[in-house]
Structures are given as structure tokens and as C-alpha cells.
Design a protein around this ligand. Structure first.
Ligand code: MG
Length: 303
């Protein structure tokens, strides 16, 4: 996320340099300053700036080391770093780029040039974040897509194993959706998908709960630290919420409105379950829910 205004961290041991940068950037950016490598690194980790201007020659931890540490920390590695240094030899600049710097400006710097380069790199960061978001969001419903789900499942399963907490997965399917599309048209079908997605998302109860479009008219929810009873509760809440939308379904064997069927599965705590198997178990339960007449919740039980 880019801050508004974008947040720039300047790390330089010479106060005069910081003053000059401050004067140049003040109107347009939220400027933070640090006068040593160590304090700059700590501040970067804490405030996650959108860009870092980094001096090379500093007592103690120099700029190259700061950059190396920023780039090896997953929480800060995406922050663009621009070196601002009196070391103007090509090999100094090469070293900076090899460490992952976005740019290298030599001192004495010209303020308009610094400003122009800062703007370019902030804009690039904004664009790459937008692309990243697009890659993980379903374009139709605006909720996370299947790729995002896979990533989330892996993260949550790892967390569940480490913390020895239960992890539940819900597979959700809109009942007789093909018939809905056939009688109402695909445009109306898309509107229905959006409404259901929105309602499912609103039914989640805790901040860590996650819902994605699995594909077609199928959705999948991931509920961390949630046992089988908790999962059944969330699932039933979703079922009721969608039914209560009262979206007319002219061609459903279940009833006059659009309904959903849900299958739940809760992960084993012995580390034996894989993300795919948890989804498979929930899918099997969903299949049973359909077999039993749809518009219901079925939980997988271990035999
Ligand atoms: Mg210096």
C-alpha cells in the first residue's frame, strides 16, 4: 500500500544533506529522516516507507549494508532504494544496483533531479502494486481469486501446524446456477454472482477469515483457528444470508430464490493434511449436500 502522501525515508549522516532533501520533498511527500544506518533500518521496518533515499558513506553500518539487509527482509524488500552518494565511480554504482537498488544519484545532487527520480520510482511502485492486486483479485466479483486462495491456504496451514490450531475450509456452490443463467441470461447471472460473493464476504466473522471465488459459481472460505462446530456455524450463517437476499430463481428445484449448498472440512492437527486434501474433503461434503437436496450445510466427518 502506498501511503498518502507517499512516505519517503532519507538516511544520511550529514544533516545538511537531509535538510536539502527535506526542502525538496516536503510539499509532496511525507518525509522521515534517520542519521545512521542502524536507526534508518529500524525506522524502515517500523514505518514501511514507499521509497528510501540512502547515503553510502556512514559510520557504523554503511548504506550498502543497510540496502542488503532491507532486501533480505521480506517485509522491506519491495521498497525501492535510491542511493545518494558522493562515491561516483562506476563500480560503486554497479555495487549499489547489484544489491537491488532502484537508482543511484551522485552528490552533490541537484534537487530537481532527485525529485524527478523519486516521482518515477514512487509511480512504478504504485503500478506494480496495482498489478499485484489484479493478479490476485477476481475481476467479476472483486473478491480474491483462486491463486490468492492457494497462497492463503498454504500460509494458514503452516500457521495452523505451528500453532497446533484447527483450520477449516468451506466449499460453497450456488444451487442450479446453470438453470439460472439459462433462464435469466448471463448478464443477470454475473450480477447474481456479485451479490452472492458480497454476501458471503459479509458473513465472515473474524478478521483472519478469508473467502475467494474458486471458479464458476463456486466459492471457497478459509477459516483459521476454527473447529468443526465453528465452521458449521459460519456455513449456516452464509446459507441463511444468501437465501435472505431473495434473488428470484425462476428455475430452481429448491425454491423460489437463489440458494447455496456448503461443504465443510476441518484440518487435522497432526500435520497430515495438505491444502488440496482439505479442499477435496470440503468438496466431497459439498457433493453430499447436493445429493441430499441442496440449500444445506454438510460437514465432513472423519470415519
Ligand atoms: Mg555520509
Amino acid at each position: 500500500m502506498i501511503h498518502t502522501p507517499p512516505r519517503i525515508l532519507a538516511i544520511d549522516d550529514t544533516p545538511a544533506n537531509l535538510l536539502a532533501l527535506g526542502a525538496a520533498l516536503a510539499g509532496e511527500f511525507d518525509l522521515q529522516i534517520a542519521t545512521s544506518g542502524a536507526t534508518g533500518l529500524a525506522l524502515a521496518r517500523e514505518s514501511l516507507p514507499d521509497l528510501i533515499l540512502l547515503d553510502v558513506m556512514m559510520p557504523g553500518m554503511d548504506g550498502f549494508e543497510v540496502c542488503q539487509r532491507l532486501k533480505s527482509d521480506p517485509s522491506t524488500q519491495h521498497i525501492p532504494v535510491i542511493f545518494v552518494s558522493a562515491m561516483s565511480q562506476p563500480e560503486d554504482q554497479e555495487r549499489g544496483f547489484a544489491l537491488g537498488a532502484a537508482d543511484y544519484i551522485t552528490k552533490p545532487f541537484q534537487v530537481p533531479l532527485v525529485l524527478a527520480r523519486v516521482r518515477v520510482h514512487v509511480r512504478l511502485k504504485l503500478k506494480s502494486e496495482a498489478l499485484e492486486k489484479m493478479a490476485f483479485v477476481d475481476g467479476l466479483t472483486d473478491i480474491p481469486n483462486r491463486r490468492a486462495l492457494e497462497r492463503q491456504l498454504e500460509d494458514e496451514l503452516r500457521r495452523a501446524r505451528r500453532g497446533k490450531t484447527p483450520l477449516s475450509v468451506l466449499m460453497i456452490d450456488i444451487d442450479h446456477f446453470k438453470a439460472y443463467n439459462d433462464s435469466c441470461g448471463h448478464g443477470t447471472g454475473d450480477i447474481c454472482l456479485r451479490k452472492v460473493a458480497h454476501e458471503l464476504k459479509n458473513s465472515l466473522m473474524r478478521p483472519g477469515d478469508f473467502i475467494a471465488r474458486f471458479g464458476g459459481e463456486e466459492f471457497c472460505a478459509v477459516l483459521p483457528d476454527c473447529d468443526a462446530d465453528g465452521a458449521a456455524l459460519v456455513a449456516e450463517k452464509m446459507r441463511q444470508a444468501v437465501e435472505a437476499l431473495h434473488i428470484p430463481h425462476p428455475d430452481s428445484a429448491v425454491g423460489p430464490y437463489v440458494t447455496i449448498s456448503l461443504g465443510c472440512a476441518t484440518g487435522l492437527l497432526d500435520g497430515a493434511s495438505e491444502p488440496s486434501s482439505l479442499v477435496d474433503l470440503a468438496d466431497q461434503a459439498l457433493y453430499r449436500a447436493k445429493g441430499m437436496g441442496r440449500n444445506r450445510v454438510v460437514c465432513h466427518t472423519r470415519s
